[in-house]
Design a protein around this ligand. Sequence first.
Ligand code: PHE
Length: 352
Amino acid sequence: MVKIDLKNLKVEARKEIKKTDNLKDLDEIFKKYLGKKGEITRIFNSLKKLSPKERKKLGEGANLVKREVEEMTKERAKELQEELRKQKIEKEKIDVTRPGKKLEIGHLHPLTLVQREVEEIFQSMGFSVIIGPEIETEWYNFDALNIPKDHPARDMWDTFWLRNNQKIPNPKSQIPNKSQILNFKSQKLLLRTHTSPLQVRYMEKHQPPLRIIVPGRCFRHEATDASHEIQFYQLEGLVVDKDISGANFKAIIEEFLKRFFKTDIEIRLRPSFFPFTEPSFEIDIRRKKGKWVETMGAGMVHPKVFEAAGLNPKNWQGFAFGAGLDRLAMLKYKINDIRLFYSSDLRFLKQF
Ligand code: PHE
């Protein structure tokens, strides 16, 4: 008689089933005991060779083990499935309390910030904000400002001339007459070297009294360094009335600087020369005993400029100034190189 240790078989099966950590192995173990050639199946197959008494005893025992193995396998399968489910949930879990990814939001360029602030201050003092073309005619940029051709003063503004003598659109007629064609020829175009052309452009169309500022980009054909760029921003100012003096200018500029820098600023006026103002001066400013920085040209509007705009200089007085917006921004934010404004360097720009 074959001696079969059913008890040991059961213990072995239980051990193996408990140890499995996946359903595939579990299936293999199940087959090992209860598959076609499984150990328990083989016991059943051998029963017919036994005597009825032995057959009954072993048959009953094997049946018991069979049921137990089936039961254990089923239970383990359940456990493993539950584990799988938990793992899946864990993997797919979304933590809704986690902070989201921060979206990068663009922001204004420091020069834009400064321009807007400056506009606000002047608007609160009754000034209108005017803009004009960056491509100018020789007339408005120079001649009308009392800087005739071949005048040495033109050297103050190194100019980007535009190659073509482009026809300037005439709003009145599509077909220009002879004198208009001659006029076009004399209209050499350039990139404006300052915002002063707007003085004449504005006074041609508006009767004083007037108070305007003109922020805008200007260009100069010159070598760049920490305080010079071929493009930069200016702020033109123009005040015209019956009785305007240098004292009015000083008061307005001091008020502006006080509000713009929000701290005590020293200002210094130096006599200077501009063809379109008489007298002319240069305004330097400094903060907290620092270095004097040239920020503005200014003066009383020259009679020739009133004439160019069709106004009688006997009736009107005014002052004009042209400030460097870049220079104001540099002083305000303590920036030591004007070229940074145009570098597109995000490390610089993100600070504002
Ligand atoms: N337009 C002058 C410049 O660019 C500045 C200025 C403006 C001076 C108005 C006097 C009056 O240098």
